[in-house]
Design a protein around this ligand. Structure first.
Ligand code: GLU
Length: 612
């Protein structure tokens, strides 16, 4: 076969991947391999109308794969992998493109958790935002000491945490990068300079976030002269972001955390009408942390996830661990819909797990683990004692109480539930067998709705997170007991993000990488997908297509229009208080099989999988 034939086969494979992706068609303009290093070639993109749920084909590749929430971001990762880059190299290119094309969900103004398998060991990189040193327990309280209105708190300088994504990626790249740091910014800089089409989902997010137009930089950039959001398909350039990314690509993270870009960020936060306290010192002293991954035996697997400050792994593995201690569900799924036989124990286990989460989990630099070790919360005996609380009737709203997994010095109060939204998930497996699962966020859609631009005169910029609203607004309960996840200076807010790498317990071989956005429901989405994929035997795509069920301990939310009325009736008969609503996960999953790497992308969003 001539090289030309190989080339056209590659083009065909990629074109197939693109023509089937949600609401977007891409025509490919070339493959990014060159003798003298990495060169990006921007594909042509033509968005079509968006829809809430679009079937995805599922994908199978033979040696490497990347799954991300936007086709341009996936393609950037693909081109990096194709040019011989490692999983972390590809993740950096993907994240920079997401900053540009999916600005509602993640970016350089936010934070992330990265699980990285280096072929031998699992590393957990913590790029979670930190509270400024000037932030205290009263951050979200009014003059009378009452919690602020949630949206007012979100849209404020005080909601902005010190961003961690760039520092985290730099640390991981220094350890596991193969291509030059600078080259990994080329896709995002090219697209920011030459323009990219507004995707249907970005357009929908703009329509549902009119308050973004109150920020002058964002109004000028995302809205037309009449104040309408830019329509899907509008070609948008972001020269201010291109400048900032060029500086970071040449000077490293210091360009972001010190100097004029940092000064502009601080000015945006402090100059807001509801100002935050962030200083240049807060920025320049930020460090990403490498933590010990939590690796938990589950059925024939070892599931590795992020420790606190994320509650994701602990709460998901408590849920699945409690289910594993209950009698086996014979028929968990029927016609692509989870059965009541599976839903009831899943929801009861979730209630118990969320009760523990509300009591115990916070930033481990401030909050001691029960019994001195977070694994106490996953100990088989403890989970068996929790499983013994599950019966045929639901414990109902508020019925689940926290357990006692291990001794604690502080009598913690339980944190009331608060809303969380936004976020993006990336899964990558490279040709050398390294893998990442990275969940990345600016919290709500468009974060704090404050845009920073490095002080540039040019249009565009990047959005600042509102991650501080992931802290409990109140610091204590009515008896004066402290809440583990209360605001403290320099603390990281508790997260729900659940980037997950799964291994075969016997061989240690990598089995899967997955995760999702979705606020606290990330835990349900990821847990359901993992159970479906690895215990029921569904393909990644089939697992991601499943309708969702969520409870944080009170009401049960079922995904609107996806369950038969009989399921609702049966759950109500068991004592669940059921409501239906949209449940917009954004799962991405890769699974290593004998046939190759199978990939799935959430039909509720615009993600796709690519690979060779
Ligand atoms: N900020 C949330 C967290 O870290 C994630 C937000 C979301 O996915 O909706 O848990």
């Amino acid at each position: 076969m001539t090289p030309d034939n190989i080339f056209s086969r590659q083009r065909l494979a990629r074109a197939i991947a693109f023509s089937t992706c949600a609401g977007m068609t891409l025509w490919l303009s070339g493959v990014a391999v060159a003798q003298d290093g990495f060169h990006y070639s921007a594909p042509a993109v033509a968005p079509e109308s968006g829809s809430g749920y679009e079937e995805k084909p599922g994908w199978t590749t033979s040696t490497f794969a990347v799954a991300a929430a936007n086709p341009l971001a996936t393609d950037a990762g693909y081109q990096v992998l194709k040019a011989g880059g490692s999983a972390i190299d590809a993740a950096i290119a993907v994240q920079m493109v997401l900053t540009l094309v999916e600005p509602q969900s993640s970016g350089i103004g936010g934070g992330a958790f990265l699980m990285l398998f280096d072929g031998d060991q699992v590393h957990a990189y913590d790029g979670r935002e930190k509270a400024p040193m000037g932030a205290g327990e009263d951050l979200f309280l009014d003059q009378e000491g009452n919690p602020l209105d949630f949206t007012a708190a979100v849209e404020s300088g005080r909601a902005v945490g010190v961003p961690g994504t760039i520092k985290m990626l730099e640390a991981a790249h220094q350890a596991y990068g193969k291509l030059a740091w600078k080259d990994l910014f080329e896709p995002a800089i090219t697209l920011a300079t030459e323009g990219f089409p507004v995707s249907p989902r970005l357009y929908q997010s703009l329509v549902s976030t009119p308050s973004l137009a109150e920020d002058a930089i964002a109004r000028h950039y995302y809205f037309d002269d009449a104040g309408n959001p830019l329509a899907a398909g509008t070609v948008l350039k972001n020269p201010a972001l291109a400048e900032i990314l060029t500086r970071i690509s040449e000077e490293g993270s210091a360009a972001f955390y010190q100097g004029d870009i940092a000064e502009d960020l601080v000015a945006r936060v402090q100059g807001h009408e509801s100002p935050g306290s962030m200083t240049l010192d807060d920025l320049s002293s930020y460090e990403a942390v490498e933590r010990d991954a939590l690796c938990t035996p589950w059925r024939e697997y070892k599931v590795c996830g992020f420790p606190p400050p994320s509650s994701g792994h602990l709460t998901m593995m408590q849920t699945l661990g409690i289910m594993a201690a209950l009698p086996e569900v014979e028929v968990p799924v029927h016609d692509g819909v989870p059965t009541v036989d599976w839903l009831h124990p899943f929801l009861e286990a979730s209630r118990l797990a969320f009760a523990d989460r509300g009591r115990y989990i916070g930033d481990p630099d401030f909050v001691e683990a029960p019994g001195g070790d977070w694994n106490t919360m996953l100990a088989p005996d403890y989970l068996a004692s929790r499983a013994a609380l599950v019966s045929e009737q639901s414990m109902g709203s508020g019925g689940a109480k926290p357990g006692n997994p291990g001794e604690v010095q502080t009598a913690w109060a339980s944190q009331p539930n608060q809303p969380e939204h936004g976020t993006s998930h990336i899964s990558i497996i490279d040709a050398d067998g390294q893998a990442i699962a990275m969940t990345t966020t600016i919290e709500q859609a468009f974060g704090s709705r404050i845009m920073a631009n490095g002080g540039s005169e040019l249009a565009g910029g990047y959005l600042l997170n509102n991650e501080m609203t992931d802290f409990s607004f109140t610091a204590q309960d009515e008896q004066g007991n402290p809440i583990a996840n209360r605001v403290e200076p320099g603390k990281r807010p508790r997260s729900s993000m659940s980037p997950t790498l799964v291994f075969d317990n016997a061989s240690g071989d990598l089995v899967a990488s997955l995760g999702s956005p979705g606020g606290a429901a990330i835990i349900h989405y990821t847990g359901e997908a993992m159970d479906a994929m690895l215990h029921w035997g569904l393909s990644p795509q089939e697992a991601l297509n499943l309708p969702h069920a969520v409870t944080l301990g009170d009401k049960v939310y079922l995904e609107e229009g996806r369950f038969p009325q009989s399921t609702i009736n049966d759950l109500e008969g068991l004592g669940h208080d059921v409501e239906t609503q949209e449940l917009v996960s954004g799962l991405q999953a890769l699974r290593v099989t004998e046939e190759g790497i199978q990939g799935g992308a959430d039909p509720r969003r615009e993600g796709i999988v690519m690979g060779d």
